[in-house]
Design a protein around this ligand. Structure first.
Ligand SMILES: [Zn+2]
Length: 265
């Protein structure tokens, strides 16, 4: 089992454990009994039931190096801002405008069913140096689904992301953070939750989102936000100001995961 944990956050947030685990195919009967079967990250988009639009899967232009800041997390403390449940034409577009103006990288956990018609938003994310990751097709509680349905939720979303961006996701965030630990890890998606949850979906209030985020964030934190709520987008400038005041540099999830910021065990 390959597990990444931030030990200090277990103490700070006992109910919000950050656990990332490499997950992949589970075909053993014992694992199937757990209710989870996940699949290995496909090597091509050819597993889609319908042939992908090859024109849209062409490699995107390399983002200009000045698109977002790339701090060295071995030198400065970093955090990852993650935005779930989009893309949304209005709120996600506004967020991207804001992040681009601030040269701030972020990670988007998108829903597969929202990608069609919003491919330009995902292309823009990648072009700006953001990361696009998998948040399932339509946000079910995965532990309530049959194994085949779980596979379908994740695979279809992966394929939509590849179709829109030409790039494979590396992280899966199960809705609500609900997953079964009885998953055999293989070389596949990394199961990723969070340690800071300002409950923006509940408060729908700019000041509360700012306060709840900045009061909990620490070096190495993964912050859970949702780019479908206008109040969350309204909160982002003050969150960025607060992070900057503390010397915390926003990076993408992959940059945070590979920076050594999180202790591995
Ligand atoms: Zn969600």
């Amino acid at each position: 089992m390959s597990i990444v944990r931030a030990k200090h956050r277990y103490r700070a947030h006992p109910s919000r454990l950050l656990v990332t685990a490499l997950i992949g195919v589970v075909v053993a009967s014992g694992a199937a009994a757990s209710g989870w079967i996940l699949f290995p990250k496909p090597t091509t988009a050819s597993t889609h039931a319908n042939p992908p639009d090859t024109a849209s899967t062409s490699p995107l232009p390399t983002p200009p190096p000045e698109a977002v800041a790339r701090p060295d997390c071995r030198v400065v403390p970093c955090v990852a801002l993650t935005f779930d449940d989009g893309p949304d034409r209005v709120t996600t577009s506004r967020l991207l405008d804001l992040l681009e103006a601030r040269r701030t990288p972020a990670t988007f956990f998108v829903l597969g069913h929202r990608i069609a018609g919003n491919e330009d938003l995902l292309s823009r994310m990648v072009h700006l140096g953001m990361e696009v990751e998998n948040h399932t097709w339509d946000h079910p509680k995965l532990t309530h689904l049959a194994p085949d349905a779980v596979v379908d939720q994740i695979r279809r979303t992966n394929e939509e992301i590849v179709r829109a961006t030409g790039r494979h996701p590396e992280h899966l965030r199960p809705p609500g953070g609900n997953w079964s630990p009885g998953v055999t890890p293989t070389d596949g998606l990394t199961l990723t939750t969070w340690d800071v949850d300002p409950r923006d979906w509940f408060h729908r209030n700019r000041a509360a989102v700012v306060q709840n985020t900045l009061s909990a964030v620490q070096p190495g934190s993964i912050v859970l936000l949702h780019d479908i709520h206008p109040s969350t987008i309204d909160a982002v400038p003050e969150i960025l100001d607060g992070l900057e005041a503390r010397g915390l540099a926003p990076v993408t999830l992959r940059e945070l995961s590979t920076s050594g910021t999180l202790p591995h065990e």
